[in-house]
Design a protein around this ligand. Structure first.
Ligand SMILES: Nc1ncnc2c1ncn2[C@@H]1O[C@H](COP(=O)(O)OP(=O)(O)O)[C@@H](O)[C@H]1O
Ligand SMILES: [Mg+2]
Length: 234
């Protein structure tokens, strides 16, 4: 579904991502783990069309999408839930969901999808008229995921969905990620919580200083002594 070859991304003179290869198969759950500053967010932004690669190719569903802008990729079913959520604080929860469907004209199905999001996140249904800026961190994360789902993604890129959340809320978010995957959405998940991410994903990549240091099945990475020491705190 996604084939990345030799992807490099720079900020001015700083090479944040240095020629990485990465694949995600249809209906697969893949995680990208690594320390702060490793280049995970930069990678996701380039895949989502928010940053222009300095080099390399990105193929999605067989088409070359390198350097295509984000709004066109969203229409092709590739959506990003950004780090730090980025909800519109002065709009209500429901208005935020409507923003996620801006590229669509099929009113009846948009309403059905909104109900589906409320089904996944009953808490958002209760707070649909509340300003997003007044929601808790966990509720804002639910809203950010819900908003991305409103574009009917086939490939969803998630950047640190558990960041800053209390343990119970982290559990809830991960349960929902599983539920979304069970509906047939393919996922590329960036997480600081490497253990949880590897427990729900099929495969994982370990990123270090802009390169892919390791890639293996999630099970193998969970058992890998290097990974256990560096990323699982063991
Ligand atoms: N907007 C930016 N301008 C300049 N450098 C940046 C910018 N965003 C990130 N970087 C740098 O790029 C590298 C990778 O960052 P990032 O992709 O955010 O890492 P991660 O998500 O793995 O923590 C870091 O060295 C970071 O300082
Ligand atoms: Mg990041």
């Amino acid at each position: 579904m996604l084939e990345v070859r030799g992807l490099s991304v720079s900020y001015g003179g700083i090479n944040a991502v240095k020629g990485i290869d990465l694949d995600v198969n249809d209906r697969e759950l893949v995680t990208l783990i690594g320390c702060n500053g490793a280049g995970k967010t930069t990678t996701l932004k380039a895949l989502a069309g928010l940053l222009r690669p300095a080099a390399g190719r990105i193929h999605y569903e067989g088409r070359d999408i390198t350097a295509q802008p984000a709004h066109r990729l969203v229409r092709q079913g590739l959506a990003l839930v950004p780090e730090g959520r980025g909800v519109f604080g002065r709009l209500t929860a429901e208005e935020n969901l409507a923003m996620g469907a801006y590229s669509r004209a099929d009113r009846a199905r948009i309403e059905a999808d909104r109900e589906r999001v409320y089904g996944l996140f009953p808490r958002l249904a209760e707070r649909r008229r509340q300003l997003a800026g007044t929601l808790s961190g966990g509720e804002q994360q639910m809203l950010a995921i819900g908003r991305a789902l409103m574009s009917r993604p086939r490939l969803l890129l998630l950047d640190e969905p558990s960041m800053g959340l209390a343990p119970l809320m982290v559990q809830k978010i991960f349960e929902t990620i599983r539920a979304i995957a069970a509906e047939g959405v393919t996922l590329l998940l960036v997480e600081q919580n490497a253990k949880l991410a590897l427990e729900i994903c099929h495969r994982g990549y370990v990123m270090e200083s802009g390169t892919i240091a390791l890639s293996d099945s999630a099970q193998a990475l969970l058992k890998n002594p290097q990974v256990r020491q560096a990323y699982l705190g063991e």
